[in-house]
Design a protein around this ligand. Sequence first.
Ligand code: F6P
Length: 522
Amino acid sequence: MTRTRGDRTPAWSQLQAHYQTVGQGLALKEAFAHDAQRFARFSQEAPYLFADLSKNLLDAQAQDLLLQLAQQAGVFEHRDAMFAGQAINNTEQRAVGHALLRNPPIPPADRAWTATEEIANERALVHPTLDAMLAFAETVRADAGITDVVNIGIGGSDLGPQMAVLALDAFALSGKRLHFVSNVDGHELAAVLKHLKVESTLFLIASKTFTTIETMTNARSAKAWFTAQGGTDTARHFAALTTNVAAAKAFGISTTFGFWDWVGGRYSVWSAIGLPLAIAIGAAGFRDFLAGAHAMDEHFRTAPPEENLPLRLGLLDVWYRNFHGFTSRSIAPYHSALRRFPAYLQQLEMESNGKRVDASGEALPFGTSRVLWGEPGTNGQHAYYQMLHQGTDVVPVEFIAVKKARHSLPTHHELLLSNVLAQAQALMVGKVDAGGHKHFPGNRPSTFLLLDDLTPASLGALIALQEHRVFVSGSIWGINSFDQWGVELGKVLAKDVQARLASGDTSGLDASTAGLLARLRG
Ligand code: F6P
């Protein structure tokens, strides 16, 4: 596999030239007026969703050059190397196999997952592990004695399952309350524990490494609470979801569901980390969730470049970041059940692509991950849309709307859908007003993702779409999207500061840290 960093391809310079001459001045209203086919040309069907890209600052030539950029940077070879199980996570010498978790069971010989014997052996465990995890989920669902399930995990061991459980609330079994505790701040765990009874609670300790300080601290406190309340049957009330089964056993948990180091934390909702979701929506629902993601994998793997939605979105991200210079993207899900989706995407994109060096360690001369942020519509409209419409920075918005409502309240859904359409329209068309304050410049870009229905399968597809678009921009930037060294320094320093908070020793500290530490101890 040959990767060429995007800025070293001929297409990159051509895109720069195109941006200077045409791209930066593209007027969306005119582009629509001149091209009756613009909506069709810049929209894309993909499994379980439809994307309208036509309100983006893109013309046919930019689109074409971006596709050439992908070709010249080796994105397709890189993609195929990922699906073939090569160790593309080069700084950790690991394959990147989350897509494998959603493959239907097919005889090993029929699939091109042949990277190493070790991985081939582990691959054989994917379906038996999934079956065991889903059987456990069904047992919990059938167990009327368990009313509360507490997932203790952080980062990928929290955001994915939490986001998905909220998103699929319409499919969830009633009678089970799911709680998510992630923060080391004891207020969070304490607020959950005060409503629980030992005999009706199941704790899931979710940690890929089973060493993360926040999760281990919460797990120890949960176990201490359990014992203090007279609980004894840890086999019934605790389960661990981890690649480090030995550590879970040493912690005293005998019910464990494993996964593998080739599943990145932020890509792990498809693994045993998805157990809370499986408990909420059941084994069949979870299999639908996997199937939806698999359909998107197949689309990404096989659709021609010009009809490949993850590719087109990833290229748009590069176009905006590196040529237009936009530094953020706002996520606007017009569905309250998707309220944690922006937070989930923050980890997915910013932990994957928030890198300042390429895969070989060389400092990058261009920007990488944009800042992702957002709130569900229409709440965001009454908070920060002022800035989106009239602020000094252009922030491309990604709207997500769902055609079908799963409630029967009259009027609400029409209002919701009217608002999402109107916002995308207003950003683009603007409004002329000589007075200034009431002037809307317009020409502000947005992408519109439309789902027919929010179901396990469509959510799976939506998440996989985002995973793959992050892959595409990371691939063009020449970075390793699958490590996260940037989280290490803070962890190490926190240990040192913890000891100093206890001892009061401020020697060698900068004056600010020393001053704050002294105030915290005083
Ligand atoms: O924040 C760093 C990180 O390693 C994430 O990548 C990961 O999702 C999270 O911590 C939790 O890690 P673990 O599942 O090993 O507890």
